[in-house]
Design a protein around this ligand. Structure first.
Ligand code: SF4
Length: 373
């Protein structure tokens, strides 16, 4: 059976924010025409028109492309992928630059879900994060998106240097009074190679203490849930019927197509990741040559371990009976030590046949789930 999900990576931004380690180039718009023709070559590896239930255009900032470039992008994607009836079509965007002509192109193409990189409604926090928009830009972009798309999602960051608990709580409160259906919220990370990592090493930026970050996460969980959103994945909250179906594909360890620099796909039990250097990917695919950086054939044990790790990220957890039926082993037999230890420490629990993170386990979710890899 063909995967029902496709991801397209658009690697352009106006500026690289100091904390960002995504695959992208900043302020190199002259490369956009070459990107579009290279992507067309990569897409030509799909031999027949394939129906999909979810399509996700991520970046970078896909809406950094002009309205006509977006039209060109969608036309080449639709030559190879067709949205099934009721499909989810998501795109990532920043609040600045969402012009009316871009919004109309997105809507005409069938985009029904937009994920906005808002990050904060506090001017000072946005400055620290080097974001180019103001809180007002974000609010008005959300109001305009609500007129065009079924689902509007916001990304919000906590644990930013200079961000107080009051500021975080005001950001959440402001967000929850806007017409949105989905929130993704993350603690700030200092990834090696980023400007923030260097500044933190040099003592210019101070990390938020773990205790404060934990309180901020708890504050987010409690206030977003109280506003009627379901906490359905460690970092994700949705109003009923607005969960991100594309990301659920990943967490359910299902297969998916992916195209563009740095994009990773999972097809026929094999994960391949395109090279993360945008210029290298461009050079290769301009010549019509594939540009794979990593290829991993997952053994049946790898597949079962990944399914545990991903399944535990969902708040419903992992259905133990379905897991055994699919992978012909139990979670306990695969990883007896971590399974026993996390249950005993109250980081995992079994509820109605599902193995799931407890509230305490959620606080160190990455550590708990990675013990099963
Ligand atoms: S706008 Fe988003 S993708 Fe672009 S550099 Fe900033 S954080 Fe990264």
């Amino acid at each position: 059976m063909s995967p029902g999900a496709v991801y397209i990576h658009v690697p352009f931004c106006l500026h690289r924010c100091g904390y960002c380690d995504f695959t992208l180039v900043a302020n190199r718009d002259q490369l956009i025409p070459q990107y579009l023709s290279a992507l067309k070559n990569e897409l030509s590896t799909v031999h027949s028109v394939t129906p999909v239930n979810t399509m996700f255009i991520g970046g970078g900032t896909p809406t950094h492309l002009s309205a006509s470039e977006l039209e060109e992008l969608f036309a080449m994607i639709f030559e190879k992928f067709q949205l099934a009836t009721g499909a989810e079509f998501s795109i990532e965007a920043n609040p600045d630059g969402l012009t009316d002509d871009r919004l109309h192109v997105l809507q005409a193409a069938g985009v029904n879900r937009i994920s906005l990189g808002v990050q904060s409604f506090d001017e000072q926090v946005l400055k620290v994060l080097e974001r180019r928009h103001t809180p007002n830009d974000a609010s008005s972009a959300i109001e305009r998106c609500a007129d065009h798309f079924r689902s509007v999602s916001l990304d919000l960051i906590f644990g930013v240097p200079s961000q107080s608990m009051e500021s975080w709580s005001r950001t959440l409160d402001h967000a929850l009074h806007l017409p949105i259906q989905h929130i993704s919220t993350y603690g700030l990370t200092y990834e090696q190679g980023t400007a923030f990592f260097r500044r933190e090493q040099n003592g210019i930026l101070r990390r938020t203490p773990d205790e404060t970050e934990r309180d901020m996460f708890i504050c987010a969980i409690d206030s977003i849930q109280a506003a009627g959103f379901e906490h359905y994945e460690v970092s994700n909250f949705a109003r009923p019927d607005h969960q991100c179906r594309h990301n659920l594909t990943y967490w359910r360890a299902e297969e998916y197509f992916a195209f563009g620099p740095g994009a990773a796909r999972y097809l026929n039990g094999v994960r391949t990741t395109n090279c993360r250097s945008v210029p290298k990917w461009l050079q290769s695919w301009t010549r019509g040559e594939s540009c794979i950086q990593e290829r991993e054939q997952l053994s049946s044990e790898d597949r079962s371990r990944e399914a545990i790790m991903l399944g535990l990220r969902m708040r419903t957890g992992l259905n133990l009976a379905s897991f055994e039926e699919t992978y012909h082993c139990s979670v306990e037999s695969l990883e007896p030590e971590s399974y026993g230890r996390h249950l005993e420490k109250g980081l995992l629990e079994i509820s109605n046949g599902f193995l799931r993170l407890t509230r305490e386990g959620l606080m160190i979710a990455d550590t708990v789930v990675s013990d099963f890899l």
